[in-house]
Design a binder for this molecule. Structure first.
Ligand SMILES: C[S@@+](CC[C@H](N)C(=O)[O-])C[C@H]1O[C@@H](n2cnc3c(N)ncnc32)[C@H](O)[C@@H]1O
Length: 210
């Protein structure tokens, strides 16, 4: 069912074969925030055979779609904006009046980035960038919502780049991403379980985990 007129839709096209713990925490955070902000959130291209992790059962604001973005919005392609780290134009508050659907790659971040957003770019959607630094998917959705819904210009949003998280007294680990800075100066991350997961995975290295 289409969103009510004037309601913006945020679509994360799930591009990984599995749905890892990292992604499920990000998707749950996007769903909860979308529901609070009165926007629609679709997680699209979810294979019928994929068993959803438990934390995504009954999350308010999460709509699972087995169809892909191309099928769902076949008749409204011009209303879709792809958030693309390689786009030449930055996202602006005015884009909130031009576009109704904001599309993101449901990809775990990688360091260095492998440009898997190209899988969506080649479908021909208009692209916009959120600055030159790679964000996690939930951060990219959060920043887009702040720009197109709350009309805050990209350059006025406070960020924390590559924050260091302390694992224990002796070790810390650097997250190779940009995050929105909260009022207490800390990076905003999914509340439930992300820091614990980072600590668990930090022993394995981040190269192909994020
Ligand atoms: C974790 S990022 C993946 C980036 C990735 N390494 C790649 O292969 O493209 C997930 C999604 O967030 C959005 N995103 C992240 N950083 C962005 C930026 N600086 N500008 C625009 N979109 C961004 C894009 O939609 C991207 O597909």
């Amino acid at each position: 069912m289409a969103a009510a007129e004037g309601v913006k839709t945020f679509v994360v096209e799930h591009l990984d074969p599995e749905l890892e713990a990292w992604s499920s925490l990000e998707y749950a955070a996007i769903a909860t925030e979308s529901s609070k902000s009165g926007v629609e959130f679709l997680l699209s291209s979810v294979p019928e055979s994929l068993k959803l992790p438990e934390n995504l059962h009954n999350v308010q604001g999460l709509k699972i779609e087995h169809r892909s973005i191309e099928t769902i919005y076949a008749d409204r392609k011009g209303k879709v904006c792809l958030l693309d780290p390689s786009a030449t134009k930055e996202l602006s508050p005015e884009d909130g009046d031009t576009f109704q659907i904001f599309l993101f790659g449901g990809i775990l971040g990688d360091d260095p980035p492998r440009d898997r957003t190209s899988e969506l770019r080649k479908k021909g959607y208009e692209g916009r960038r959120l600055g030159p630094v790679q964000m996690t998917t939930d951060t990219a959705v959060r920043v887009t919502r702040m720009i197109v819904q709350d009309k805050i210009p990209l350059e006025s949003i406070p960020y924390v780049d590559h924050p260091e998280l302390r694992i224990n007294k002796h070790e810390s680990t650097e997250m190779p991403f940009r995050y929105v800075k909260s009022q207490d100066g800390k990076p905003i991350m999914p509340e439930k379980g992300m820091v614990e997961l980072i600590m668990k995975d930090s022993e394995r290295g981040f190269g192909d985990l994020l």
